[in-house]
Ligand binder design. Structure first.
Ligand SMILES: *[C@@H]1O[C@H](CO)[C@@H](O)[C@H](O)[C@H]1NC(C)=O
Ligand SMILES: *[C@@H]1O[C@H](CO)[C@@H](O)[C@H](O)[C@H]1NC(C)=O
Ligand SMILES: *[C@@H]1O[C@H](CO)[C@@H](O)[C@H](O)[C@H]1NC(C)=O
Length: 433
C-alpha cells in the first residue's frame, strides 16, 4: 500500500466514521427522548410515537382516528402487562410498578369510605386495570372469583390482593351461572364479609370484571353525598308484563363440565312472600351500609332471597324490590331509572340512547370499540360496561391514561412519583403532571 492509498483509505475510514457518528447524533436527536423512555416497541412507531396524540384524536371523535387506531391495535393486541404480572415482585414493587395510589387524595375522600364488590372470572389484565383505577387506601374491596376460574388465574389474583390490606377474596365463592341465582349469591357472600370487616365504609358499589370507571373517586363521593345522601341507588320499575316469566316460572341452573346456563321448568311458582310487589331493574347498585344490614337480616329480605332461588336473573329484581319498601333504610319508593350507575350501549336502544356500537355486541350489550371512546368519556354515568382489552387494547390504553390524569388533577395532596401512568403527557388537558 503506498502512502497515497493509505491516506485515501484513512480518509475513507474517517468519512465512514463521521457519517456514522453524524447519523447517530442525528437519530438520537430526532427520536423523541420520551419515546425511548416509554420503551415502545419498534412496531408501535407506526402508530406515532405518542399514543396520547391518537387518544386525544379519539376523545375528540376525529373521523380518521379509529382507522389509524385500528392499525395500531393490531400491534398491541395480545400483548399483556408484564410488570409484576409475569415476573414475581415484592409488594412495594407491585404498588410502584403497577402505579397504585397509596394515600387518600383529599380529606373529603379520606372521610368517606366506599366498599366495592367485584365479581370476576377471567382476564387478569382487565382486573388489574380496573383495580388500579378504583383503588384508594381508605376504601375496601371484596373480590369474588368464580369458583370455576382456572387455578393459575386464582393464584395470580390472590398474589396481587395479598399486597393490599383492604383488598380480599370473598370467603365463600360460587360457581357463577349467567342469569342464575349464584350471581346474586356472590354479591351477598361479599356483603357478609364486608359487614364484618373493621372498615366503617359508607356505601357499597358492585362491579364486574368488564366494567371501568368514568367518574373519579372524588366525583363519586361528591355525587353520592350531594344527590343521594343516605339513599340507595337501585334503578328499576314495577315488573313489566314481558318480564313476568322471570318470577312466575321456576328456573334451574345447569352446571356441568365447563357449560352452565339456566333453563325454565314446567313448574309455576307461588306468589312472592309477604305480598311483595315485584320490581325489575339493574343488577348494579350503590347501597348504604344500613341497607346492606337490612338486606342481610330483615325477614322479608331473607324470605324474598329464598323465594328467588329458582327465578331468572334474580339480581335484577332483588335489590330494587327491597329498596322500594318504604321502611327499608335509605329506600327510594318512588324512584325509577335514575342513578346514572352504568353507561351501557344496549342493542335495542340504538338510535335513541346512543348512535350504535363501534365495537361489537355480546348478548345485546356493546363491547366498546375505538369509535365509542368519545361517547364514554362524555357519559354522565359513574362506570361503563363492557370492555375487552384483548380485542380492543387501545380503548383501555386511552381510557386509563385519561382517567388517571383526571384523578391526579383533582388531587389535593402532593403527588408521588409512581402515581402517573406515564412520565409525560401530550393531552390538551394538562401537560407533564
Ligand atoms: C423489593 O424489591 C426491590 C427490587 O427488587 C428491592 O429494591 C426492595 O428492597 C425490595 N423491598 C422489600 C421490602 O423487600
Ligand atoms: C373529615 O372528618 C373530620 C373528623 O370527623 C372532620 O373534622 C373534617 O371536617 C372532615 N373533613 C371533610 C372535608 O369532610
Ligand atoms: C296480600 O294482599 C291481599 C290483597 O292486597 C290481602 O288480601 C292478603 O291478606 C295479603 N296477604 C298477606 C300475607 O299479607
Amino acid at each position: 500500500m503506498n502512502q497515497l492509498e493509505a491516506a485515501k483509505s484513512g480518509f475513507l475510514v474517517c468519512i465512514v466514521g463521521c457519517v456514522f457518528i453524524f447519523a447517530f447524533i442525528y437519530v438520537k436527536n430526532t427520536i423523541p427522548k420520551e419515546a425511548s423512555e416509554q420503551k415502545l416497541s419498534p412496531e408501535l412507531a407506526e402508530c406515532g410515537f405518542y399514543p396520547d396524540e391518537l387518544c386525544a384524536a379519539l376523545f375528540e371523535g376525529k373521523d380518521a382516528a379509529p382507522q389509524i387506531g385500528h392499525l395500531c391495535q393490531q400491534v398491541l393486541r395480545g400483548q399483556e402487562m408484564t410488570a409484576c404480572v409475569r415476573t414475581p415482585c415484592n409488594c412495594s414493587t407491585v404498588q410502584k410498578r403497577l402505579h397504585f395510589i397509596t394515600r387518600p387524595l383529599s380529606e373529603e375522600e379520606g372521610n368517606f369510605s366506599l366498599a366495592y364488590i367485584i365479581t370476576i372470572h377471567k382476564e387478569l389484565d382487565m382486573f388489574i386495570k380496573l383495580l388500579r383505577a378504583i383503588y384508594m387506601p381508605q376504601n375496601i374491596y371484596c373480590i369474588h372469583i368464580d369458583e370455576k376460574s382456572p387455578k393459575d388465574y386464582k393464584v395470580a389474583v390472590q398474589t396481587l390482593v395479598n399486597c393490599f390490606e383492604n383488598v380480599f377474596i370473598a370467603s365463600k365463592r360460587e360457581n357463577v351461572v349467567y342469569a342464575g341465582f349464584s350471581r346474586l349469591q356472590a354479591d351477598i357472600n361479599c356483603m357478609h364479609d364486608l359487614i364484618h370487616s373493621k372498615t366503617q365504609w359508607n356505601y357499597v358499589i358492585n362491579l364486574c370484571g368488564q366494567d371501568y370507571p368514568i367518574k373519579t373517586n372524588k366525583e363519586l363521593v361528591q355525587y353520592i353525598k350531594s344527590k343521594w345522601n343516605g339513599k340507595n341507588m337501585t334503578p328499576g320499575i314495577i315488573q313489566p308484563p314481558h318480564m313476568k316469566h322471570r318470577t312466575h316460572t321456576s328456573y334451574r341452573e345447569y352446571v356441568h363440565a365447563g357449560k352452565s346456563y339456566v333453563y325454565p321448568t314446567k313448574n309455576v311458582k307461588r306468589e312472592p312472600p309477604h305480598n311483595l310487589t315485584m320490581y325489575f331493574g339493574s343488577a348494579y347498585y350503590v347501597l348504604t351500609r344500613k341497607f346492606v344490614e337490612f338486606a342481610l337480616t330483615d325477614e322479608r329480605a331473607k324470605d324474598l332471597l329464598e323465594w328467588s332461588r329458582d327465578t331468572y336473573s334474580p339480581d335484577e329484581h332483588y335489590w330494587v324490590t327491597l329498596n322500594r319498601l318504604p321502611d327499608a333504610p335509605g329506600a327510594t319508593p318512588d324512584a325509577e331509572w335514575e342513578g346514572n350507575i352504568r353507561a351501557i350501549k344496549w342493542r335495542d336502544q340504538e338510535g335513541r340512547a346512543h348512535n350504535g356500537c363501534k365495537g361489537h355486541y355480546v348478548r345485546d350489550i356493546c363491547v366498546y370499540g375505538l369509535g365509542d371512546i368519545k361517547w364514554i368519556i362524555e357519559s354522565p354515568h359513574l362506570f361503563a360496561n363492557k370492555f375487552e382489552p384483548q380485542t380492543y387494547p387501545l380503548v383501555m390504553e386511552c381510557l386509563e391514561r385519561h382517567y388517571r390524569l383526571k384523578v391526579l388533577q383533582q388531587a389535593e395532596v402532593p403527588l408521588e412519583e409512581h402515581w402517573p401512568l406515564q412520565e409525560h403527557t401530550y393531552f390538551n388537558m394538562k401537560p407533564n403532571i
